[in-house]
Design a protein around this ligand. Structure first.
Ligand SMILES: CC(C)(COP(=O)(O)OP(=O)(O)OC[C@H]1O[C@@H](n2cnc3c(N)ncnc32)[C@H](O)[C@@H]1OP(=O)(O)O)[C@@H](O)C(=O)NCCC(=O)NCCS
Ligand SMILES: [Zn+2]
Length: 201
């Protein structure tokens, strides 16, 4: 990660105390990034976001408005966090008992996964690679790779492609025209790009 302040953008209304921010990352207004927080390259951090000092954010992540990324939260590369999604780090909080951060639980969002708007991740969970959490879901268990979880409590309702399309029972994507086991992020991107060019969108 780069320490070159000129290689990333910080809006004049943001407070960015960290230097551990990668190139081409943009940090928008009324966002506070604490000293020590790590953010990779090519990230887009929206407005009214808070990133705590020991939070770790990979490359290519999108964090929409109103999200707090606390200590013990790790976002791997290409993760999408929808607006007002909620992370937690203390499983049994008590205002009158001050427990150290050692007792806090880690939350990991693995590569390429997406968290819908207003979803809540109860701490201690791992959201697997390219999984998707629906808007408003409450995730209290680990989510396997490529799984789609919705509701409260969050339940797996299917498998999802790299492109975001729900797969059929044979794990075939009708958009990519490919089985999941043969598919890849790169193939899905090229397929979607070709489809958009063909339809002029
Ligand atoms: C979960 C999601 C990805 C599913 O989209 P989809 O693949 O088009 O699936 P469908 O809309 O066909 O929904 C499949 C089923 O899940 C239900 N469902 C969809 N989204 C849901 C949600 N967020 N919570 C609960 N149930 C949901 C549907 O009602 C449907 O149920 P049914 O089969 O009983 O009719 C999508 O609805 C969603 O929540 N996306 C996140 C949007 C978001 O937060 N974006 C942030 C950036 S702005
Ligand atoms: Zn697909």
């Amino acid at each position: 990660m780069s320490a070159d302040k000129n290689s990333f953008y910080v809006n004049e209304n943001a407070l960015c105390e960290s230097q551990d921010i990668g190139s081409n990352t943009r940090i928008w207004g009324f966002t506070h990034v604490m000293k020590g927080a790590k953010i990779g390259s090519h990230c887009n951090v929206g407005e009214h976001v808070f990133i705590e000092n020991a939070a770790v954010i990979g490359n290519g992540c999108t964090i929409k408005n109103g999200v707090a990324v606390w200590n013990k939260v790790v976002l791997e590369d290409d993760v999408f966090i929808g607006p007002y999604a909620v992370f937690t780090n203390d499983l049994v909080p008590r205002s009158f008992m001050k427990r150290g951060e050692e007792s806090f639980l880690k939350t990991v969002v693995k590569q390429g996964a997406s968290i819908g708007a207003n979803a809540t991740l109860v701490c201690g969970v791992t959201v697997g690679e390219y999984a998707m959490v629906g808007a408003g879901a409450v995730v209290c268990k680990d989510v396997p790779a490529h799984s789609l979880v919705v509701g409260n409590p969050g339940r797996i309702i299917g498998k999802i492609c790299f492109c975001g399309k729900l797969l059929d029972l044979k794990q075939w994507c009708s958009t990519c025209e490919c089985f999941l086991y043969k598919n890849s992020k790169e193939f899905a991107i090229s397929k979607i790009t070709r489809l958009e060019e063909a339809t002029g969108t």
